[in-house]
Design a protein around this ligand. Structure first.
Ligand SMILES: [Zn+2]
Length: 241
């Protein structure tokens, strides 16, 4: 016969086993790659800034490599940014774990055809400053395998849809080349200079986080933007990291 104390100990042990079992089941079911553990958070919302910064975390497989996308550095290029934010969080078949940093410039955004060309648009510098102040430190300290800064252009380059790293060599360059190699509609082309590089992709590359740009054509039809973005998403997810 068991003593009363022995029975109590066995009951407590069974309860502990049940609780751990439920936790394991919950972890397996709710953290599977197809499940949605995404959260959207505000990183910065200060009245003395020219905009706000948000992040959507945990898109894809939480056990995969962590990869950061950044959108909104140049606010006029928002149609391409919105394309990523529309498509990536709805993918259920990803191998890696993605966070999208979203910069929402509210001052000096302007519009195409307002007399300022894209380079004189004051929203660009506002976005670059928000990127350096809030997004750069998060990515630098966030255990990311790489970062992709998403932009668009008005067609002044020899290619309209392309990837490149502003670094001379290193993993950022290698990843961009491999992505272009695996995308029939995305070229590998590096402009001579970038205005935003010093605020995000250059310091990331210099401090151990491989980083490269994706450039889309600003005036491509939306269905073309969608298909190019899907090519990019797949090629990045299939990189040998
Ligand atoms: Zn840009």
């Amino acid at each position: 016969m068991m003593t009363r104390n022995e029975k109590i100990i066995i009951i407590v042990l069974l309860l502990i086993i049940m609780v751990f079992g439920m936790l394991i089941i919950q972890h397996t079911v709710f953290n599977s790659p197809s499940d949605n553990s995404q959260i959207r958070q505000t990183l910065a919302n200060n009245s003395d800034d020219p905009g706000t910064v948000e992040v959507i975390r945990n898109i894809g497989n939480p056990n995969g490599e962590r990869i950061a996308y950044v959108v909104g550095v140049h606010p006029l290029e928002h149609l391409t940014h919105e394309t990523l934010v529309k498509l990536l969080p709805n993918r259920t078949d990803l191998k890696n774990c993605y966070d999208i940093y979203i910069i929402n410039v509210t001052e000096g955004v302007g519009h195409y055809g307002d007399g300022l060309d894209n380079y004189e648009n004051p929203g660009r510098q506002n976005g670059q400053n928000l990127a350096y102040k809030y997004v750069y430190p998060e990515i630098l300290n966030g255990n990311y395998s790489m970062a992709i800064d998403v932009h668009s252009n008005i067609g002044a380059y020899p290619y309209k849809t392309f990837v490149f790293s502003p670094a001379k060599d290193g993993l950022g360059v290698d990843y961009a080349r491999e992505v272009a190699d695996n995308c029939p509609n995305i070229d590998d082309y590096a402009p001579d200079t970038t205005t935003s590089g010093p605020f995000l992709t250059e310091p990331l590359n210099n401090n151990g986080v491989p980083a490269f740009y994706f450039e889309e054509y600003s005036f491509a039809p939306q269905d073309v933007k969608d298909s190019h973005m899907m090519e990019l998403i797949d090629a990045i997810d299939n990189l040998d990291i």
